[in-house]
Design a protein around this ligand. Structure first.
Ligand SMILES: Cc1cc2nc3c(=O)[nH]c(=O)nc-3n(C[C@H](O)[C@H](O)[C@H](O)COP(=O)(O)O)c2cc1C
Length: 164
């Protein structure tokens, strides 16, 4: 049995956090892509409204086989204080009964806590047990600093304890 990290990242920050986690925790990674066009004029407002309303989106891969994993990390940026449409779309397709979940969220500077609260509700509804959560602020941080912050979270939350 092993650890899997399922995450969405639009701009690369959550991607860097996920890859750093994978390196230290010997975890496999699945990056969920959102097929909806989310760049250009008005797209941040459009995406914020989508996140606020929890509108589902088209994703690839469209599903993930989690059979071989007992611990699953879910990672997402914060959009309007909520999880992203892509991460909620994949969570609602997974049967998480018997799985342990670790939740992490990135943000510019605020509202990742409400994001985590909603993620927690969603994965619990799908049957998971939430064993740990953490948030990371990314605004103005260099990639090196973000890696350091992720390493610190691994230590503070003792995440290696869940490695098998
Ligand atoms: C549509 C949208 C909404 C956002 N809403 C918030 C927010 O409510 N609070 C916050 O601190 N950051 C917010 N952000 C910033 C991102 O959460 C933050 O930059 C994150 O680390 C980006 O991760 P990524 O590079 O993996 O996409 C928002 C970004 C976008 C694009």
């Amino acid at each position: 049995m092993a650890t899997l990290i399922i995450y969405y990242s639009q701009g690369g920050k959550t991607d860097l956090v996920a890859k750093t986690l994978a390196k230290y925790l010997d975890a496999d990674l699945v990056r969920i892509l959102d097929l909806k066009k989310r760049d250009g004029f008005g797209s941040k407002l459009f995406s914020s409204i989508n996140a606020f309303r929890e509108t589902k989106t088209q994703i690839t891969p469209s599903n993930v086989d989690i059979t071989d994993y007992d611990t699953i990390y879910f990672g997402t940026p914060t959009w309007a204080g909520n999880p992203t449409p892509a991460i909620l779309t994949i969570i609602d397709r997974l049967n998480l009964r018997g799985k342990d979940a670790v939740l992490f969220a990135t943000m510019d500077s605020n509202r990742a806590d409400s994001n985590i609260e909603r993620l927690e509700e969603k994965v619990k509804m799908r049957g998971a047990r939430v064993i740990e959560t953490f948030t990371l602020a990314t605004k103005g941080k260099s990639p090196e600093q973000l890696v350091k912050d992720t390493e610190a979270a691994i230590e503070i939350k003792d995440l290696k304890m869940y490695k098998r």
